[in-house]
Design a protein around this ligand. Structure first.
Ligand code: SF4
Ligand code: SF4
Length: 404
């Protein structure tokens, strides 16, 4: 469908606006989905130029797609925005830190230089304090094997593939490792194709559809020859993008049909008796990423997965239907909006306490999207709070003491 045909589906009813986080913050029609659609229609018909004002209204969109979820006319706002971004002046190409940069950043953290730099107060006048605060601890990232078979004592149920991504392969490594171990323990051999790469979401959202399509094709080729039931991933933002590859590649249907969020896939499996889960007497807060909710439509999957842990109390955040402002590069490029949205999410977190200790706050926040996790963890650091942000599979894997 062309951009104008998709735009024509919008009847300008405005039913999406009340669900839009940027409209909620500003009460400005230009910051609502309907307002943005009107701006894009004017841009594509050359009634308006891509001036700085128009561009900023489009760039303030978090891409949460809450508007899509609530639109009675089925307007595909995400598609409209991606095509509109390609009409804007070319953006600098987003890129994953190279292995060399990652090594330097790891050294920066482990040598003590990070502590000294932060304490020196130098970062603030240089305008780098906020970005530097987003940097989580960089873990070691040993090479993956191309295949992890199940142990000889476990019944082999089938094979799946793990999408490791680019940024997730470094910063979500604990969740990816936990997923691999869980899958093996549940009887699934795990392929990790070495030729896979970045999902391409950042390129597409940055107005670079050709680069995004090339990355999608690389991943299609990397997974195409495997005899697998599913392709699973831990970061719902990337998983959501993978689930829409057929919009870029006509032969992407088979790939798309296999894409699953890791919690979604694990929920569909029988839990074997040989794998007891140690009870965890704890209250954790649950954050639901927009990509899991509005694109993958698996909002409840992490809660269902965590219910397998005896005695664990899982309390959803009151703000779970509103974007936290993480949204990939958004937290860096639209820092003011991102910060305001994050504050609302963290205020909601402050209201969650263990039942038996109502004066204390929960010490764990669970989320299924890496971008949200990095953004929320940075906000917690800024607030001086020690709440740990983790992935549901990490929590579950810790309770299984019989795994490799
Ligand atoms: S996007 Fe959907 S809900 Fe929003 S104004 Fe258009 S038709 Fe209405
Ligand atoms: S994607 Fe989210 S931020 Fe963007 S217009 Fe829709 S609801 Fe608003």
């Amino acid at each position: 469908m062309t951009l104008s045909a998709e735009l024509d589906r919008c009847v300008m009813c405005g039913m999406c606006s009340q669900h839009c986080p940027t409209y909620q913050l500003t009460a400005d029609e230009n910051e609502s989905p309907r307002g943005r659609i009107a701006l894009i229609a004017a841009l594509s018909s050359e009634q308006l130029n891509a001036d700085a004002r128009l561009q900023s209204h489009l760039e303030h969109c978090t891409g949460c797609r809450a508007c899509e979820a609530y639109c009675p006319s089925g307007v595909r706002f995400g598609t409209i925005m991606n095509e509109a971004k390609a009409l804007l002046p070319r953006q600098p190409s987003p890129s994953m830190p190279s292995p060399q940069t990652t090594r330097w950043l790891r050294l920066y953290q482990r040598s003590g230089l990070q502590k000294i730099t932060r304490a020196s107060g130098l970062l603030k006048p240089l305008g780098l304090a906020q970005k530097e605060n987003l940097l989580p601890r960089i873990p070691d990232t040993p090479d993956w094997q191309s295949y992890y078979p199940v142990g000889p004592e476990i019944n082999h149920c089938g094979d799946v593939a793990l999408f490791t991504g680019c940024i997730a392969n470094v910063f979500d490594r604990e969740a990816l490792d936990a997923s691999r171990r869980l899958l093996n323990a549940l009887g699934y051999g795990v392929h990790v194709p070495p030729a896979q790469g970045c999902c391409g979401a950042m390129a597409l959202h940055n107005g670079q559809p050709d680069e995004a399509t090339a990355l999608a094709q690389q991943n299609l080729d990397a997974f195409s020859k495997l005899d697998i039931e599913a392709i699973v991933h831990t970061a719902s933002g990337c998983t959501a993008h993978l689930s829409e590859y057929s919009q870029q590649l006509p032969d992407g249907q088979d790939f798309v049909g296999k894409i699953k969020d890791i919690s979604q896939f694990l929920n569909g499996l029988e839990w074997p008796a040989h794998l007891p889960i140690t009870p965890l007497h704890k209250t954790v807060a649950l954050h639901t990423p927009c990509s899991l909710q509005n694109v993958l439509r698996q909002a409840d999957a992490p809660r269902q997965l965590l219910q397998r842990i005896p005695e664990l109390e899982v309390v959803p955040l009151a703000q779970n239907t509103r974007c936290c402002g993480g949204a990939g590069q958004y937290m860096l490029e639209q820092a003011d909006f991102a910060r305001q949205l994050r504050e609302q999410t963290l205020d909601a977190l402050d209201n969650i306490s263990p039942v038996e200790k109502p004066r204390q706050k929960t010490d764990t926040l669970v989320t299924s999207n890496l971008g949200c996790a990095l953004h929320l963890a940075a906000g917690l650091r800024e607030r001086g709070q020690t709440t740990v942000v983790t992935h549901p599979v990490v929590l579950l894997a810790r309770q299984l003491d019989t795994m490799d």
